[in-house]
Write a protein that binds this ligand. Structure first.
Ligand code: FMN
Ligand code: SF4
Length: 523
């Protein structure tokens, strides 16, 4: 009897030795004459259990993890005796609370399917959205995305439907769809997980965007540090083309759309949309002044939809299940779900897709299980390197774009990095400013010079030099950066710096600050 086994080939699993585990299963099966089919799936997102191996049984998929090659013989023994207890067995994967309590819409297939199998993708609902879109007028596709309430998941949360409508309404002989897969934010990995686990969802989403705005060409700009995502995407693009889901005549509809893969230039600023377009065109990643918006004059001077991986990969759900089905999740103006990424000092790190509205505390303790060190958690940075450091008093704020803006924070791309009570928040503030100094594209003065001076001032405060005066200088400098920077790198680096100063003044050797200063706006 053939048995099916799942060993992820996601980067996180590979880093933990998944290839050696797959080899060990192959060798052990050959030794015992077992008929074993090994599927190299994406990760289920329970990263602390990687490599998480699943064995298909009549009762569903049973999870074992974290598996090392030496565990393989006993796991196969346990699997062959159907259900015999094994110390690494976690029972049915879908029943593990971390997974069971999620609302996976965009990530519904990630980890379940063979990422390179079009039949597997279709058997799990794949291409239903594109099939639907092929029978719709462009304006109707844009209407559906607008009504769903989807907002850009790359960080700025701009309404996706509004962006698509601008491109649709801008006449041009050539238009483009560009996928921003640069994923430079610290502690984030949802784009990578999706591209490695369900690449066809991104391909399908880009094709839907193409039909919606009248674009026939797409580019995926994938972070240079993601070679595995690049490999999987290349294979999936080829498979989609061969199956007639990309190319000059999609499924005999007469509609054309194809996608090229481009490797990123390895700079954080190349994730900023205009800088990304410069890089795609073959130049150094330098931010362009807006207007014109990329939707009006983008890649090679043509109207361009530029969206994050998750925004695009969510479009198939909206088209297949309807705008309302997506809108039904979430709160306020934050509709649908966000794939949160739990990282840093956390016991159960991984991917948690949930509707907007849960709290950080629920994420940190309900899903994350508290700190990995066992010490009390002290601060959490949400939204990547430009996100504020939030103290415990703010962990009951609902995870919602507007609620976070109200506390001078942001959700960004959904990265959540936890720190325990040994963290030095002044050192982290210095790091944030230095990061900006290193990654600044240099185009505008507040960021280019301000971040260098800001780093010096924080160092001086930490060295105990005239702390109160320098702290005031630092706040003024942050105001200038927020007000005068051309893009959000310079404009939002003050978020982590000011939040550390405000909530953890003792780490700088300062007395508490009474009132918050200007609430910056994300660009
Ligand atoms: C410094 C900087 C870095 C950024 N990096 C990324 C990134 O890695 N991935 C991404 O999707 N958006 C990134 N963005 C946001 C993009 O500029 C843009 O808003 C996004 O690609 C639009 O797609 P969305 O509407 O689907 O979010 C970055 C912005 C800034 C200012
Ligand atoms: S804020 Fe910084 S990264 Fe952005 S344009 Fe100005 S110099 Fe470049």
């Amino acid at each position: 009897m053939e048995r099916t086994l799942y060993v992820p080939q996601d980067t996180a699993a590979l880093a933990m030795g998944a290839d050696a585990v797959a080899d060990a299963f192959r060798a052990e099966a050959a030794r015992h004459g077992l008929d074993l089919r090994i599927v190299r799936n994406g990760s289920r997102g329970l990263l602390w259990l990687e490599p998480l191996v699943e064995i298909a049984t009549p009762a569903g998929r049973i999870a074992y993890g974290p598996v090392a090659p030496e565990d393989v013989p006993s796991i196969l023994d346990a699997a062959c005796t159907d259900g015999a207890a094994h110390p690494l067995c976690h029972g049915p994967t879908d029943e593990i609370p971390f997974l069971k309590n999620q609302e996976r819409l965009t990530f519904a297939r990630v980890g379940l399917i063979d990422p390179l199998s079009i039949p597997d993708y279709e058997a799990h609902g794949g291409f239903a959205g594109l099939r639907q879109a092929l029978g719709m007028a462009p304006g109707a596709i844009v209407d559906a995305v607008t009504e769903s309430g989807l907002r850009g998941r790359g960080g700025a949360a701009f309404p996706t439907g509004v962006k698509w409508r601008t491109v649709l309404q801008t006449p041009a002989a050539q238009k483009y769809v560009v996928c921003n897969a640069d994923e430079g934010d610290s502690g984030t990995f949802s784009d990578r997980m999706l591209m490695e686990g369900d690449p066809c969802a991104l391909i399908e989403g880009m094709a839907i965007a193409g039909l919606a705005v009248g674009a026939t060409r797409g580019y995926i700009y994938v972070r240079s540090e993601y070679p595995q995502a690049e490999r999987v995407l290349a294979g999936a693009l080829q498979a989609a083309r061969e199956a007639g889901w990309l190319g000059g005549d999609i499924q005999g509809s007469g509609r054309a759309f194809d996608i090229e893969l481009r490797r990123g230039a390895g700079a954080y600023i190349c994730g900023e949309e205009t800088s990304l377009l410069e890089s795609l065109e073959g130049r150094r990643g330098l931010v362009r002044a807006k207007p014109p918006l990329p939707a009006v004059r983008g890649l090679f001077g043509c109207p361009t939809v530029i969206n994050n991986v998750i925004s695009l990969a969510t479009a198939p759900f909206i088209l297949a299940r309807g705008a309302q089905a997506y809108r039904d999740f979430g709160m306020g103006r934050s509709r649908g779900t966000l794939p949160f990424q739990l990282a840093g000092n956390i016991r159960q790190g991984g991917l948690v897709e949930k509707a907007f509205g849960l709290t950080l505390r629920e994420l940190l303790y309900g899903f994350g299980g508290g700190s990995a060190s066992g010490r009390p958690l002290r601060a959490v940075q949400v939204g990547g390197p430009l996100g504020a450091y939030l103290p415990e008093s703010q962990w009951d704020t609902p995870l919602d774009y507007e609620a976070f803006l109200a506390i001078s924070a942001m959700l960004g791309h959904g990265g959540v990095v936890a720190f325990d009570d040994t963290a030095d928040m002044a050192a982290l503030a210095e790091y944030a400013m230095e990061f900006c100094a290193i990654e600044s594209c240099g185009k505008c003065t507040p960021c280019r010079i301000g971040s260098v001076r800001g780093t010096e001032v924080i160092r001086a405060i930490r060295d105990g030099q005239d702390r109160e005066t320098r702290a005031e200088l630092l706040r003024d400098l942050c105001d200038t950066m927020m007000a005068g920077s051309l893009c959000a790198l310079g404009g939002m680096t003050p978020y982590p710096v000011l939040s550390a100063l405000r909530h953890f003044p003792e780490d700088f050797g300062l007395s508490p600050v009474p009132a918050p200063r200007t609430a910056p706006q994300p660009a």
